[in-house]
Every structure is written in C-alpha cells, then in structure tokens.
Design a protein around this ligand. Structure first.
Ligand code: NAP
Ligand code: F7E
Length: 327
C-alpha cells in the first residue's frame, strides 16, 4: 500500500487531500504540531480511520521531519504547511519566512537525506505573481511578490526547482490560485463574507467590515484543487503547473453572490474599514490553465457562484445548529 506524508494536514487543503488519498486507498500520515488549544476541526471526521495516522513534529524542526520520513518511508510528500494568511505576514515577517520559506528547505533536505526517490509536492501560490507582469498569469510569468508571504513562497518555489535540478529529485510545485471551501479559515475574505451573510440573515450580526472591494481574484473550489496536486505527483516527469479557474471576480462580486444567496443586498450590510487595507495590495490575479488542461486532463468542476452558495449554506447550518469552530 502506498504511503503519503502531508504537512499542513489540519489546514483546509491538507484535510481535503487526506480525504482524497484515503479514497484512493493510500495510507496517510499527517504532521501536526503541538498547540496550547488544539481543535483540528477539519480532520475530526477522520479520527479512527484505520489508514489515517497523525505524527508529531514541526516544519521548523528538521529532526522531526527526518525521523518521520525514516519511520514512515512514504512514496509521496505533500508540503502544504505554511503561515498562509497574507496580512499576518507583515505583522510577523520573520515567523512567516521561517515556516513558509525555510520550512520548504527543511522538508526538501529531509527528503533528500532519507529517500531522494520520494515524490515531493510544494504548495506554491499565485501571490508570487503579485503586481502582475502579464495577464493571464502562466507558469512562465515573472514573479513580483507583494508581501512577506509572497516573497517566502517565491523562495520555496525556486528551492523546489533547484532540488529537482541539483539532485534529480521528483520535486514539483503547484502554483495554485485562491481556493476556498466550507473548510476555509474565517479570516480569509470569502469565508468572512459568507459567515457574515449567514449571521446577518439570522439576525446575529448587523454588518461586516471589509477592506478593498475592488481587488480581483481567480477563486476556485479547494476539493477540485487537491485533485490537481494528486495528478501532478503521478506524472512520469516532475513539472510545475498553474491551477486556477481562468475566471475572475471582485470582492464586491463576492459580496453580491453571498448576500444574494440569502436574499439580502450586500450594500445594506458591508462597511469599509481601512484597517483591512494592506500595505501593498495584489489588485488582480487570473490564471491560465492551458497546461493543466492539456497535460493533466484537469479542469475545475465547481463554479465561483456555486462554491459561494455551498459556503453560505454550510454557514447557515453552523449558525442554526450552534456548531462552534472546534467541532
Ligand atoms: P491553512 O488552512 O492556513 O493551513 C496551513 C497549515 O499549515 C495548517 O495545518 C497549519 O497547522 C500548518 N502549519 C503552519 N505552521 C506549521 C509548522 N511550523 N509546522 C507544521 N505545520 C504548520 O492553509 P491552506 O489554505 O490549506 O493552504 C495550504 C497550502 O497552500 C499553504 O502552504 C498555503 O500557503 C498554500 N496556498 C493556499 C492557497 C489557498 O487559496 N488556500 C493558494 C495557494 C497556495 P496548524 O493547524 O497547527 O496551524
Ligand atoms: O484576500 C481583499 C484583500 O485574505 C483576498 C491565501 O490563501 O490566496 C489567499 O491570499 C482579497 C485581497 O486571500 C478583506 O485585500 C478585502 O485582495 O482572502 P484573502 P489572499 O490574500 O488573496 C493566496 C493565493 C494564498 O496563497 C494565500 O495563502 O480580498 N479583502 N477586504 C480582504 N481580505 C481579507 N482577508 N479580509 C478583508 O476584510
């Protein structure tokens, strides 16, 4: 039975990837770090699964990574762990660079030392394109990151390419554009807005404060995107891919979609608060998925509006059933 090791298992993508790999018959090992108040709500449903295992460690501790790989001997490593919230990367640039940049090097070194035949996936990001040099953005579009997070992802991306070229390792990156879901963190704008729409509809909140409504993103659905990660690690040759939808919406359109789903007008409930503006904004992102379509036979299955409707429905369900974020 093939084994996969996932860092970031408690995050949005890690939890969906675990679901997918278990359904493919793999033995799944997820790295978790010690937290003072552990909730791990995204993987509660996997507790007790006979092929699901949690391993203690930290991306900033190479010893814990090498020990894990030595004990597990996986065929695949998916490096999804990161400090992934862009605004926090200005508040804690050094910590962000630690896990989001150096953490990639730590994982690559552990793979190289224990078993360089492991197939390695790195979670690269459209934030690397930042102040975009061309539209739509392709694998070959030059990077111009606009935050400590984006800069850290560029480091991880190039380090992954460098290990592939230096050591002939099967190491590749998915350059994923924004992807969201019912398991998205509350601080990201889609979830913030769908959560607010559900609470306002039920009379539990009156308004929501946002920053830049004109920012445009290429938003896809996370369960579709983890499929692309799996396809990437099953090609004969390692190669990087842009994973996106090829369609763009603004934050304003997101508000319209979420509030319309509950029969409300967003203009009555959305306030602007400069605290949510960023020191440097990424104004527009749009991915070109030509290579993913042709070479991976991958394409997104879920539209932006359908995804937002699913998220609003999940949030209404949470509000109506008093489901906390720990469950
Ligand atoms: P997420 O929900 O924020 O999850 C991040 C994960 O990283 C969590 O499991 C977190 O664990 C873990 N982590 C953080 N620091 C760690 C450390 N020092 N050691 C071990 N684990 C650590 O992120 P996501 O949305 O699933 O994204 C997955 C990856 O894709 C990230 O690398 C992100 O930067 C990248 N990405 C995301 C998107 C997107 O739109 N979602 C787009 C492009 C790229 P805790 O639960 O302990 O905090
Ligand atoms: O912001 C604007 C904000 O925080 C999207 C991460 O997964 O995707 C994500 O990064 C846009 C920005 O995601 C609010 O200014 C307006 O233009 O949901 P977000 P992000 O920064 O694009 C990339 C691909 C990743 O790799 C990252 O890990 O929405 N916006 N008002 C707001 N954003 C937030 N969070 N909160 C607001 O109130």
């Amino acid at each position: 039975m093939d084994k996969a090791f996932i860092t970031g298992i408690t995050g949005q993508d890690g939890s969906y990837l675990a679901d997918l790999l278990l359904s493919e018959g793999l033995e799944v090992y997820g790295l978790i770090r010690r937290k003072a108040s552990a909730s791990n709500w995204r993987i509660h449903h996997l507790a007790g699964h006979e092929r699901m295992h949690l391993v203690n460690g930290d991306l900033m501790d190479v010893t814990s990574l090498t020990r894990s790989l030595q004990q597990i001997r996986p065929k695949y490593v998916f490096n999804l762990a990161a400090q992934s919230f862009v605004p926090f990367s200005w508040e804690a640039p050094e910590a962000t660079s630690g896990v989001t940049a150096i953490g990639v090097l730590n994982m690559l070194e552990a793979v190289r030392m224990v078993d360089p035949a492991i197939r390695f996936y790195q979670a690269s990001s459209s934030e690397m394109f930042g102040k975009v040099r061309e539209t739509p953005q392709k694998r070959t579009t030059p990077f111009y990151p606009r935050s400590p997070y984006g800069v850290s992802k560029v480091y991880g991306h190039w380090m992954t390419i460098n290990y592939r070229e230096s050591y002939d390792m099967y190491a590749c990156s998915g350059i994923l554009f924004n992807h969201e879901s019912e398991r998205r963190g509350l601080e990201f704008v889609t979830r913030k807005v769908t959560w607010a729409a559900a609470n306002i509809k039920r009379g539990k909140m009156e308004s929501v404060s946002l920053g830049n409504l004109d920012a445009q993103r290429d938003w896809g659905y996370a369960p579709d995107y983890v499929q692309a990660m799996w396809l990437m690690l099953n090609r004969e040759e390692p190669r990087d891919y842009v994973i996106a939808t090829g369609e763009q919406s603004s934050v304003r359109e997101l508000c319209d979609a979420a509030f319309s789903a509950v029969g409300l007008n967003y203009e009555d409930h959305v306030k602007i608060d400069p605290r949510f503006l960023r020191p440097a904004e990424v104004n527009t992102l749009l991915g070109d998925i030509g290579e993913a379509r042709e070479q991976l036979s991958w394409q997104p299955a879920t539209s932006f509006r359908d995804m937002i409707t699913k998220m609003v429905e999940a949030d209404l369900h949470r509000v109506d059933n008093n489901i906390t974020w720990e469950t």
